[in-house]
Every structure is written in structure tokens, then in C-alpha cells.
Design a protein around this ligand. Structure first.
Ligand code: HEC
Ligand code: HEC
Ligand code: HEC
Length: 197
């Protein structure tokens, strides 16, 4: 096939694909902008029941959605934090889940244990960022250098940037507990705390 002809065919396929997938994408976007995905409350808040077929993640027209265990049932006994959100750190510590570090389960996580204290918090208590609890789930490359330059004080983190999904908000409010709730899980260090660097 000449390259010109190939380009035309490729263009046609792309346009056809775009037309076919457009309604589905619009539908999904609508769901994502709905209350549970953006608020980070999917499957996490006490009393919240979102069936697999309606979660906006799984394909509701696929028969397999009916054989999957409902999250509300799977997570019924998981510990929750003060705001009623599942405490995944405790869930992991208590051995209620054992996520694989790799697809085949043949790798291990290499957690590091050091905290960073953020002190630019106005009248709120300081923020303790713990590397340990994060690197039990995440690799260094998940955060460094794209979300955070690995340098204490090297990133202009603010609360409004977090609320808009930057810095800590890349995950908190999406896959980790939302910044709109339980301020104290991050702002956990009393301001008068001698010996902090
Ligand atoms: C996911 C962790 C997290 C949660 C949850 C959180 N914060 Fe923050 N907050 C931060 C970080 C990090 C900073 C930046 C501190 C710095 O730069 O030294 C910050 C800064 C602030 C500041 C300083 C001013 C500013 O705009 O940056 C205020 C005020 C604040 N947070 C209030 C709150 C309140 C109120 C809540 C609960 C509704 C809350 N925070 C929940 C992490 C969090
Ligand atoms: C969930 C995000 C996240 C992950 C994952 C993460 N870090 Fe960090 N790291 C941070 C934050 C936040 C800071 C503080 C940045 C600031 O103060 O602006 C930091 C700071 C650092 C610093 C600077 C320390 C100093 O004294 O200046 C080093 C070094 C570092 N991280 C290494 C690592 C290594 C090694 C890993 C993997 C084992 C890792 N980090 C994983 C978020 C992360
Ligand atoms: C790359 C994703 C990611 C980023 C970025 C991130 N976190 Fe987290 N964080 C998580 C996950 C995942 C958990 C565990 C799940 C949960 O608790 O909801 C967690 C848990 C925590 C906890 C609970 C620790 C405990 O012992 O209970 C704190 C506190 C926290 N994060 C603070 C922060 C702060 C402050 C920032 C920004 C400076 C930040 N995180 C950035 C993913 C992230």
C-alpha cells in the first residue's frame, strides 16, 4: 500500500472509531463528573452503596458485572477513619488485603520510612507526609519527580492546589481519602512541637 493510501485508510478508521466511541465517552464523562468519582467517595463512605454495574468503571452491558462481588459486601468489615471513609492504611496493616506488587506477584515493595513536615499551614496544625505508608503501595516514580521534586520545601504546595487535584490531590480525592474530609489525618502535628526540622 502506498503511504498516501495508508494515511487515508488510517484517517478513515480513526474517524469511524471516534464516531462509534463518542456516545460512550460522553456517557462515561458524565458519570465521572457525577457525585462519586470526583468527590473520591466511590465505595468509601459509610452507607454509600454503588453497585458494580453502576460505578462508571465497569461495562454495564457485559454479563460479567453480575458475577463480581459487590464492593459494599467485600468491604463490609474494613476499618474506617473518623469521617467514615475506609482506612486503607489500617486495612493493609491488619492483613485484610494483600495487594500484589506486580502483575504476577513475584516482586516486593521497597518501603522507605521518613516523614516530611509541611509547616506553611496558617493556623492549622502542621502536615505530616509519611513516606512509609505511601511506599507500601507506591513506587518512588509514582511521585518523583513529576508530582514532587524530591527536595524538602521544593514544591509550592497549597490547599487550593490540592483541592484542584494537584500535588497530594493527584491521589487524595481520587484513590485515597479526600482532602475535603478529615483534615486531621494530614494536619496531624501540633504547631508547638519542638525538635521538628
Ligand atoms: C491530603 C492531605 C491534606 C488534607 C486532607 C488537608 N490538607 Fe490542608 N494542607 C495540606 C498540605 C500539604 C498543605 C501545604 C502546607 C505547606 O505548603 O507547607 C496544606 C495547607 C493548608 C492550609 C494553609 C493555607 C493554604 O492554602 O495552603 C490550610 C488553611 C489548610 N491546609 C486547611 C485544611 C483544611 C480546613 C482541611 C480539611 C477540610 C485540610 N486542609 C485537609 C494537606 C492536606
Ligand atoms: C506519594 C508521593 C511520594 C512517593 C511515592 C515518594 N515520595 Fe519522596 N517525597 C514526597 C514528598 C511530598 C516530599 C517532600 C517534598 C516537599 O517538601 O516539597 C518528598 C521528599 C523526598 C526526598 C527529599 C528529602 C530531603 O531531605 O530533601 C527524597 C530524597 C525522597 N522523597 C525520596 C523518595 C524515595 C527514595 C521514594 C521511594 C522509595 C519516595 N521518595 C517516594 C512524596 C513522595
Ligand atoms: C501518588 C498518590 C498519592 C499522593 C501524591 C499522595 N498520597 Fe497520601 N496516600 C495515598 C494512598 C494510596 C494512601 C493510602 C490510602 C488511603 O489512606 O486512602 C495515602 C495515605 C495517606 C495518609 C494516611 C497515613 C496513615 O498512616 O493513615 C496521609 C496522612 C497522607 N496520605 C498524606 C499525604 C500528603 C500530605 C500528601 C501530599 C504532600 C500525599 N499524601 C500525597 C496516595 C497518595
Amino acid at each position: 500500500m502506498s503511504s498516501l493510501k495508508f494515511k487515508r485508510v488510517a484517517k478513515f478508521v480513526l474517524v469511524a472509531l471516534a464516531l462509534v466511541s463518542m456516545p460512550r465517552v460522553a456517557q462515561l464523562q458524565e458519570k465521572f463528573e457525577g457525585d462519586f468519582w470526583n468527590s473520591g467517595e466511590h465505595f468509601q463512605t459509610e452507607g454509600k452503596v454503588v453497585p458494580v454495574a453502576e460505578d462508571g468503571i465497569h461495562d454495564p452491558t457485559n454479563d460479567a458485572v453480575r458475577v463480581l462481588q459487590e464492593p459494599v459486601e467485600a468491604m463490609a468489615d474494613f476499618p474506617r477513619d473518623n469521617s467514615g471513609v475506609i482506612d486503607w492504611v489500617k486495612t493493609l496493616d491488619e492483613g485484610l488485603i494483600s495487594p500484589r506488587a506486580s502483575k504476577l506477584g513475584d516482586e516486593e515493595m521497597h518501603a522507605v520510612d521518613f516523614d516530611v513536615i509541611f509547616k506553611n499551614t496558617q493556623s492549622m496544625p502542621y502536615v505530616r507526609y509519611p513516606h512509609k505508608q505511601h511506599t507500601e503501595w507506591l513506587t518512588c516514580e509514582n511521585c518523583h519527580p513529576q508530582i514532587f521534586l524530591p527536595q524538602i520545601g521544593g514544591n509550592p504546595v497549597t490547599m487550593s492546589a490540592i483541592m484542584q487535584g494537584e500535588y497530594c490531590g493527584v491521589c487524595h480525592g481520587k484513590v485515597a481519602f479526600p482532602p475535603s474530609k478529615n483534615c486531621g489525618r494530614c494536619h496531624s502535628v501540633p504547631r508547638e512541637n519542638p525538635g521538628l526540622r
